[in-house]
Design a binder for this molecule. Sequence first.
Ligand code: ZN
Length: 391
Amino acid sequence: MSSKPAPRSSRELVLRALRERGAMSRAELARYARVAPSTISTVVQELVADGVVVGSGGLHAAQRPRAGRPGLRLTLNPGSGAVAGVEFAYRRVRVLLCDLAHNVVGSGERELPDAYTSTAGLAAARQVLGESLAAAGLTHGALIGAGVSLPGPIRHRPDVVKPSAILPGGWHGLTGHDIQEALGVPVSIDNDSNLAALGEHVWGAGQGCDDCVTVKFHYGIGCGLFVNGTLVRGAAGGAGEIGHTTVDERGPLCRCGKRGCLDSYAAIPAMLDALRPQHGRLALPGLMALLAERDPGAIRVVSDAAELVGRQLAVVCNLLAPARVVVVGAMAESGELVFGPIRTAMQRNIAPNELPGLVPGALGNRHTALGAVALALGESDWLPAAATRAG
Ligand SMILES: [Zn+2]
């Protein structure tokens, strides 16, 4: 007997594709699920008859007047379940709920104290999750899974939280299983940069681009790397962590224990520190206000930081030759003040590859939570009962 797993039925391939990528036409579905176009109509027809797949308006496709036309977009039945994206960020936890047709159906968030422990963070997440489900008219049992984003490296399979410069004590060594126990739902975990990239890849500015680098320019700086359509995590989960590449061996001590890291010069806290002698203790809204007033010092600090980020991005581009670079995070909202210096640094330092497209993210500040939703949709084992029939 062969030890290979049984091949997936066409029915299962179609259901997995709709769960991962949301609304698709029959032609897109055949391509993405790698099911023969001659088979797709029969499979879809059966799944629609079973009520598992519907036309993208939420109506049962068979009930729609033009259900047979090839351009109709199909989704999983939105009533068949939901997934949660849980984003642990700096002083905050955010929850986003999506149905299986990829519609956002609920959300919630809570402020957390500085350096919150895993116990406090997970308890708050469980509470926000419960409140968001109740507000959306859903029960906890409707959840088929949750994706969880943490601002630090994660080792995968088995999932373990690695030491992080941002996450305080109590998180290091936590396993996927521990987080699952705390939230009461099957979870998949990943770091925030990877999930920002995944969110933009599935829903935002990275759509349709198999070779795409997403850089988060925020309280830390990190990249999520799509190469040949696959998110690259590296052996220990830290691929793309450009925030801790060395800019100056003798530079200031970084919270990671090294000297002169990119984060120490270009992340938001470093910019706020640089402005302190002139402007006192600032927070992000204060920096944004100075930029809006065209304060020359603030513009100089931000443009120097963006130039450093652009130089590191050029190294990434020389290694991976992406077609597109997507910039997300609070600093991406500063437009040309940030994009100009990044573009110039990339133009000066990328060779011999062509300059990739440089675009802002398209998901506002929801890229990471949506990426966590996409992770849960992609990694869940859940399939409706109809998937197990022969097909
Ligand atoms: Zn560092």
